[in-house]
Design a protein around this ligand. Structure first.
Ligand code: PRX
Length: 628
């Protein structure tokens, strides 16, 4: 059985009302679209636990169950960095590869509930490793390729992973990214980490150092492993994966997603928003190291039996039309990417995409940051030929999948608006005091009640989940985002209302950067803020107070401290050395003021008399002004 279709406004209203009126019935019916080993008899219990008595296996839902109807259909098209490097894997072949990898893991002692870290470039083994973990009930922890060794060591320690799957190197154009060397450095850094095995995918034939007894190349192990592997019957609420994301505290959080509710949400939202139909070729450009890669490269489209496209390369290499070439060559039907990518590609000019046949495209999506009307219009007209619905999809790592989005055919688009909550999602705006705002309004975006894709919690810290998301506005899930609702009920996202910075769709906490700088002896204290940036959406600006006379190389020390602790993806755009940071009388740094000043907005600060050091503001303005 497939998900109930929504292709008209009437159907959208029908589903929304059903989900509201009788959620138990609605979600049990939707759950019928998955294959269960033990069919759930309840949708959600009083504690908000989804499908409490259901059992299933996520890899079976993504692979085995499609064999009967379309086992020889392509499950994955992999386009390598080199134009001629292309791989087509049918569902049958992908299942066999997943089983081999699962058997290798099992043979090396990986048991249900164990954590397996995956640190890989855009090679098929990333998807295969995730599904292999799912098959044997291991919890995958995909670590983004851009993390520094220290950032990886932190996440390995927090997750307690015993096994890592990595690659010799990643390819980025002519460059080689040292994946295995990064893991080696992470393990040197975290000498007490309980890592038993490091499995290495050979992307190239380069020789790399291997540690005896710990490191093994995967391919000889896979070639002798069986292509059959019994799937574990997992409880719906057994964790499927952990994924680290940033919040306003310094420590990244391991968001835990369960098996049943999460998979249902990934598949349900993929079917609704991308109007999934048999034969679709879906390309989500996200790295599997982020939630978008989990839900829309892997779990959603495969659970729905579609063909996924995985691209190893970069948008503009070796020519600025590389992505458009990929769409043309593989006849991609659904294309899901980020505003950052759209802005960069738009800057290359219309002539670039016009050289390619994009007529296979049927539906487009955008995710990760607010999309401007201009970028929306360009994507819709120039890439979608004006005929493809373009969904601006709002969601978060914690929500598991899309929450607010256009539903093609049902909702009329408004460029730049995420439009309406999907059936089953009740989105609300609250003011700072927690009062629900009605009608046309701007406020804090919250979600009432639960939905199947909601994260189970934060790994090892249940109380933190509650404190972050549920305590700020009791009775509601607080997203950390601001939004405006227009008079017709459309939602327009306005950005984070907490101290999370969104650089090219990557979440970075102010406190994470400040913690990284706290380790640098030349720096007494610091504050990091996000400012608007034409290409990246937001860029990081850091204010530092030096410890005594500022050394000449203070700027490079700041850059080094951040890239060592977090990774180059968190590199600041500008760094200012200032004598003092504005703070309240109770000693709290007022980032709001710094954000305003760093954005070049130096008027209308309101009453500064509540600051302990009001003169700091004038100094900041004088320091920043020449640069904005
Ligand atoms: O601020 C919102 C922004 O990205 C945050 C979630 O980041 P992450 O957990 O990394 O997940 C990214 C992919 C879902 C949100 O709190 N965000 C995401 N999508 C949108 C968005 N902001 C505006 N419009 C969107 N469509």
């Amino acid at each position: 059985m497939a998900f109930p279709l929504v292709s008209t406004l009437g159907e959208y209203h029908g589903r929304r009302d059903e989900a509201r009126g009788d959620p138990e019935r609605y979600w049990l019916r939707c759950a019928g679209a998955l294959d269960w080993i033990a069919q759930p008899t309840h949708a959600v219990d009083a504690n908000g636990t989804w499908f409490p008595d259901g059992r299933l296996n996520a890899s079976v839902n993504c692979l085995d169950r499609h064999l009967e109807t379309h086992g020889d259909a392509t499950a994955m098209i992999w386009q390598g960095e080199e134009e001629d490097d292309v791989l087509h894997l049918s569902y049958r072949q992908l299942l066999a590869q997943v089983c081999r990898m699962a058997n290798v893991l099992r043979d090396h002692g990986v048991a249900p509930g164990d954590r397996v870290a995956i640190h890989l470039p855009g090679v098929p083994e990333g998807v295969i490793a995730m599904l292999a973990c799912a098959r044997i009930g291991a919890i995958h922890v995909v670590l983004f390729g851009g993390f520094s060794p220290e950032a990886i060591a932190d996440r390995l320690a927090d997750s307690g992973a015993g096994v890592i799957i990595t690659a010799d190197v990643g390819r980025r154009g002519a460059k080689r990214i040292p994946f295995k060397a990064t893991i080696d450095a992470a393990l040197d850094h975290g000498a007490s980490l309980p890592i038993r095995h490091v499995f290495v995918v050979s992307v190239t034939s380069e020789t790399i150092p291997m540690t005896d007894g710990r490191d093994r190349f995967l391919s000889p192990l896979l070639s002798v492993a069986s292509a059959l592997c019994d799937p574990e019957a997992m409880e719906a609420n057994a964790p499927l994966f952990l994924l680290y994301t940033s919040g306003s505290t310094g420590k990244p959080k391991g968001i835990v997603h369960g098996t049943g509710g999460y998979l249902l949400w990934a598949a349900y939202t993929h079917a609704l928003v991308f109007a999934h139909a048999p034969g679709d070729i879906f390309w989500c450009t996200a790295d599997i190291g982020w939630i978008t890669g989990h839900s829309y490269v892997v779990y959603g489209p495969l659970a729905n039996g579609g063909t996924i496209l995985l691209f190893e390369g970069m948008p503009s290499h070796p020519h600025p039309g590389r992505w458009w070439r990929v769409i043309e060559k593989h006849r991609v039907t659904g294309f899901y990417t980020s505003p950052t990518a759209i802005r960069a590609l738009m800057a290359e000019g219309d002539a670039v995409p016009e050289r390619h046949d994009l007529s296979s495209l049927r539906v487009l999506g955008s995710v990760g940051e607010p999309i401007s009307q201009e970028a929306w219009g360009w994507f819709h007209a120039t890439i979608g030929g004006g005929r493809c619905p373009l969904a601006d999809t709002w969601w978060q790592t914690e929500t598991g999948g899309i929450m607010i989005s256009l539903v093609p055919g049902a909702i009329e688009a408004r460029p730049g608006a995420a439009t309406f909550p999907l059936p089953g999602v009740t989105a609300l705006l609250l003011d700072a005091s927690g009062t629900i705002l009605e009608g046309e309004a701007e406020g804090m975006l919250c979600i009432a009640g639960s939905w199947p894709g909601r994260a189970l919690g934060i790994w090892g810290n249940e109380a933190h989940f509650h404190a972050t998301y549920l305590r700020p506005f009791p009775g509601f899930y607080f997203t950390g985002d601001g939004a405006r609702r227009d008079r017709d009920g459309y939602f327009w996202l306005t950005g984070r209302v907490d101290d999370v910075i969104n650089v090219s769709g990557h979440r970075i906490g102010s406190a994470e950067i400040e913690d990284a700088l706290a380790a640098e002896p030349a720096i007494a204290e610091s504050a990091a803020v996000g400012v608007p940036h034409a290409l990246k959406g937001q860029a990081i600006v850091v204010f530092v107070v030096s410890n005594g006379p500022a050394p000449d190389d203070i700027l490079s020390r700041v850059a080094r401290a951040i890239s060592t602790r977090l990774g180059r993806y968190a590199a600041p755009e500008r760094v200012y050395v200032v004598p003092d940071l504005p703070r309240t009388r109770s000693g709290k740094i007022v980032r709001r003021l710094m954000r305003k000043i760093a954005s070049g907005d130096t008027e209308g600060f309101g009453d500064l008399s509540t600051l302990a050091n009001p003169t700091a503001v004038a100094t900041l303005i004088a320091t920043v002004r020449p640069h904005t």
